[in-house]
Design a protein around this ligand. Structure first.
Ligand SMILES: NC(=O)C1=CN([C@@H]2O[C@H](COP(=O)(O)OP(=O)(O)OC[C@H]3O[C@@H](n4cnc5c(N)ncnc54)[C@H](O)[C@@H]3O)[C@@H](O)[C@H]2O)C=CC1
Ligand SMILES: O=C([O-])C1=[NH+]CCC1
Length: 352
């Protein structure tokens, strides 16, 4: 067999191609793809098993996340040269391989807890097209998944969307991507930060202050807090992005009408929020197959997938506490991998 070349896209290339509107657009399609049961409906569709884990003793794990995603448009209609025409449809075949080693951040030099790469294949020949460094992409797509979930599950019940307060519990990699993505795509009057090590939230505050002039509200107030309770007080939207195996957010911290994107806690999900929240809230998930495998011990009311909400197959509550319990899905990686590869090739073909 003749040898075959593929491109390797590193983080510095990917940063230049970042556009939150396009990312949110492909993530919404990833959600729809898992909930769409009718492949002839013109909607995106997909195939993905629950991910597999290989444990490396107590030290860490290797996760394998393969997916096929059909009938997606990688560009939103409004970002095309002919906005009136339908967005061109494509597919994506990909596999993200990701390692999670909890002691990495405390090594010298420090390493990320999570290290990933996306392998993107030609969906008609199966040939490897590209490998993409996936730490940056995982940050983007996980934040975009929370943004889309918030838009679908929570924002429809908010009459005045100009006075929103965002709280970030855990200002590591994911906390940072979430703060940036939300500020770039929605207007917040205040962004509140809490981290176990306060210096880390002070560092994020400095970064977000620099970002503010290019966000949806240049006058946003960014504040650092001493406790999760102080941080959650008065928040409309909360993101929990920690590796805590014990609850850090309790019902008494919350407004009556609030949405939480609970994205953290690695191999064990749903440990960041207290049971008194789960007793009362409505939970939305990314995919049932993953939830059956990874949320088997969750005691709460799971209403449905975010994609079912987009497809209007599930109704969202008009008040109360909603939680998006984010596991992370392979189709999200297939979607963002294809988007960035397409954008890279487009630029290359234009001679940039
Ligand atoms: N749902 C999804 O799609 C994804 C979820 N994750 C999860 O998100 C979480 C955060 O990931 P990264 O930001 O990449 O990691 P990171 O290492 O950059 O940040 C971890 C954060 O957790 C905090 N933390 C750790 N133990 C804690 C404890 N016991 N109490 C309070 N805070 C604690 C740290 O202070 C830090 O802010 C992890 O649990 C990871 O597995 C990561 C990627 C995708
Ligand atoms: O979806 C993902 O990439 C991950 N979810 C939890 C750890 C990594």
């Amino acid at each position: 067999m003749a040898s075959h070349r593929f491109v390797h896209l590193v983080e510095s290339e990917l940063i230049k191609l970042t556009n939150w509107k396009e990312i949110n657009h492909v993530l919404e399609q990833a959600f729809v793809s898992v909930s769409n049961k009718d492949k002839s409906s013109g909607q995106p569709y997909s195939s993905q098993p629950a991910r597999s884990f290989v444990h490396v003793g107590d030290a860490g794990a290797l996760l394998c996340m393969p997916a096929f995603l059909g009938n997606i448009s990688v560009k939103s209609d409004s970002s095309q040269s002919n906005p009136a025409g339908p967005a061109a449809r494509t597919s994506s075949l990909a596999c993200k391989l990701i390692t999670s080693f909890k002691d990495n951040p405390s090594r010298n030099p420090s390493l990320p807890d999570i290290i990933g790469n996306i392998f993107l294949f030609d969906e008609t020949t199966g040939q490897l097209q590209a490998t993409l460094e996936a730490n940056y992409l995982t940050g983007l797509r996980t934040a975009a998944a929370s943004i889309v979930a918030t838009e679908q599950v929570f924002l429809p019940r908010i009459a005045d969307k100009s006075k929103l307060v965002l709280g970030i519990i855990g200002t590591g990699v994911q906390g940072e991507f979430h703060a940036m993505g939300f500020m770039k795509t929605h207007k917040f009057v205040q962004v509140k930060l809490w981290n176990r090590t306060k210096a880390r939230s002070e560092q994020l505050k400095t970064k977000l202050t620099q970002l503010a002039p290019n966000s949806c509200n240049p006058d946003v107030n960014i504040s650092v807090h001493d406790s999760p309770e102080e941080c959650c007080t008065n928040c409309d939207i909360i993101v929990t992005a920690t590796s805590s195996s014990v609850p850090i957010v309790f019902k008494r911290f919350l407004k009556q009408n609030v949405h939480i994107n609970a994205i953290g806690s690695g191999l064990q999900h749903h440990t960041e929020l207290a049971q008194d929240i789960y007793d009362e809230c409505s939970v939305f998930i990314d995919y049932w197959n993953g939830a059956k495998a990874e949320l088997a011990t969750l005691k709460s009311t799971i209403v449905g997938e975010v994609g079912e909400v987009v497809l209007k197959q599930k109704v969202v509550p008009s008040s109360g506490i909603t939680v998006f319990q984010s596991l992370g899905m392979a189709v999200e990686d297939a979607a963002i991998g294809k988007l960035f590869y397409s954008k890279y090739m487009e630029q290359l073909n234009k001679g940039h």
